[in-house]
Design a protein around this ligand. Structure first.
Ligand code: ADP
Ligand code: ADP
Length: 230
């Protein structure tokens, strides 16, 4: 079933067109990779899909409802409860330990300290960073920081995870490890993922890949099914 849908998305920054009519669908529990050369509009597309950026034209539907017609308060609630986001730099809070960082979204959602800590430790375990639970970001490797950031993005059990170049700051090995763990956990949770990346190895982790070129979907990449795990 379709969870998220974009129809004819257009978005410019002043005179610079970033999206020139992008239409796509994301199914429930689907892992969709969005690839393409730098500047082709990947980030802009992800921000429109996540309700962070308003398109100039076109629409985004989430669960069949127009996202771009909702109020900012409503979109903000969606982002906290049903969407998770992961960026190139994890943006962990430097003063907090890994466990405290991962617990934060739950504390903000009103959960108790003990429950939040237990869930945080569980998610750190699932992303294979339980050993740094009481360590602050500055003393972790880049790969560990991103896996903690992934745990923080998933701890609220979102229905869609938006990941924008999550491996961009990692070396190839750490990048593949992150993608492997992130997509494995997403599959276990039935979380849909929009994965924007230039990482060539991404095809092995996604169900489907869309290639953007100059703000439009490159038809040669459209609907290309990828056999996972190859
Ligand atoms: P990608 O993620 O594929 O690199 P982007 O969505 O970041 O592509 O950018 C698409 C186009 O929009 C590029 O030409 C880029 O320079 C431009 N752009 C992106 N963000 C801004 C911004 N905040 N202000 C002006 N131009 C921007
Ligand atoms: P990567 O270093 O590529 O991100 P890992 O997260 O698996 O991959 O890290 C490998 C090991 O190296 C970890 O056990 C980690 O403790 C150690 N390590 C790497 N960089 C640092 C760092 N800057 N500070 C502390 N430990 C590090």
């Amino acid at each position: 079933m379709t969870l998220l849908q974009a129809r004819g998305l257009v978005r410019s920054y002043g005179p610079t067109p970033a999206l020139r009519g992008v239409t796509l669908e994301l199914a429930e529990a689907e892992i969709l990779a969005v690839t393409g050369p730098s500047g082709c509009g990947k980030s802009t597309l992800l921000h429109c899909l996540a309700g962070i950026l308003r398109p100039d034209a076109g629409e985004v539907l989430y669960g069949g409802q127009r996202l771009d017609a909702r109020s900012e308060a409503d979109r903000s609630r969606l982002r906290r409860t049903e969407f998770g986001v992961l960026f190139q730099f994890g943006q962990l809070v430097a003063e907090l330990t890994a466990a405290e960082n991962v617990a934060l979204p739950l504390l903000l959602a009103g959960k108790g300290r003990r429950e939040a800590r237990t869930a945080a430790l569980n998610w750190l375990e699932r992303l294979d960073v339980a050993d740094v639970a009481d360590v602050r970001p500055g003393a972790m490797s880049g790969g560990q920081q991103q896996r903690c950031a992934a745990a923080r993005a998933l701890v609220t059990e979102p229905r869609v995870l938006f990941a924008d170049e999550p491996t961009g700051a990692l070396d190839a090995l750490a990048g593949e490890r992150l993608l492997g763990q992130l997509t494995r956990v997403a599959r276990e949770q039935h979380t849909s993922v929009v994965l924007v990346t230039h990482e060539p190895a991404v095809a092995a982790y996604a169900d489907r890949e869309i290639v953007l070129r100059d703000g439009t979907v490159d038809v040669t990449g459209l609907g290309a099914d990828i056999s996972a795990g190859t």
